[in-house]
Design a protein around this ligand. Sequence first.
Ligand code: ZN
Length: 311
Amino acid sequence: MIATISPVSVTEAHPFRQALVDAGLLFPSDVPGVYGRGAAMEAIVAGLDAAISGLGSDDGTSVIRFPPVMSRAMIERGGYLRSFPHLLGTVHCFEGDDAGQERILQQVERGEDWGGEQRLTDLVLAPAACYPIYPASAGTLPAAGRLLDVSAYCFRHEASPDPARMQAFRMREFVRLADPATVEAWRDQWQPRALQFLRDLGLDPRLAPANDPFFGRGGRLLAASQAADGLKLELLVPTSSDVKLTAVMSLNYHREHFGETFAIRTADGAIAHSACTAFGMERIALALVRAHGVEPGDWPAEVRARLRLAA
Ligand SMILES: [Zn+2]
C-alpha cells in the first residue's frame, strides 16, 4: 500500500491525527507512526475484516493468518532487498556474554548506539501479508490453481506524523496463483468489486495506475515500467486531508516473478503467475472516519450495518 502523499517532517503538527487521538481512536507513542488502537478503532477494523471475508472468500479459499515476522532467507530470495531495502525492518538479538551485556548497559547509559552487540537473526518484520505464501507454494499447484485469504501485522520503515502512514499496520490480502489467463481475469474482476466495496462504505474511491516505491536510481526504471505495464492499481480516497489522496487498497499483478523465484508451477508444468488484492485496514478505517466523523455511532445506518457496528 503506497500513499501518494508527499513526505512530511515528523515534527509537523497534524490536525487529523490530533482529532483521532482526542476521540480515543488512536493512542500515540513516542515514535511517529506507531499507535495503540482504542475500542472504537478496533470495532471498525473488525467490521471491515468481516465485510472483506464476505466479499472475497469464494469456495476453496484457504485462510491463513501470519505473525508479524517472517523468514529472512525468503525475503532475501524474493528480491525484496533489491527493490525496497529502505523499508525493511530486520530482527536483531543479543547472543553475547557477560562482557557484551556490560558494554550494552554502558552504551545505553551514555546514550550511544548499542546495535554493535546485536546480531541479525533468521527473522525480518513482515513487509506485506502475502510474502510468506510464495515460498510455501513451491511445487505444482492444483489444477484450479490456488486462492488464499491472508493477513498479517506489517512493518514499513517510514516515520511520518500522518496517521495514514503508519510504520506498523494490518494488511489483509487475497492472493491468486494460477496460469496467466486465470490470474489476469481474477485481477480484472477485482477492479469493479473493489470500487463497489468502498462505495458501499460511503467512500468515493479513484482507481489509478501506481508504482511501488522502489529504491535508488535503478528503482526509477522499475517504477516506470511497473506503472506503464499497468501491473499495480491503487484505490485512492481522502484520509488525512481532502487534497492528498491515500491508497487504501491495491491490486497487484506480479506476472511470473514469484512463480519463477520460488519454482511454483501450474498443473501442466508452466511457471505460475500470481496477483494479490490488498486492503490497508487502518487506512480504510481512517478514510471512514474522515468521511463520516470520529464518532462511529453517528455514521450512516447502512455503513454501520455493513460493519456490524452497534447503533
Ligand atoms: Zn500482496
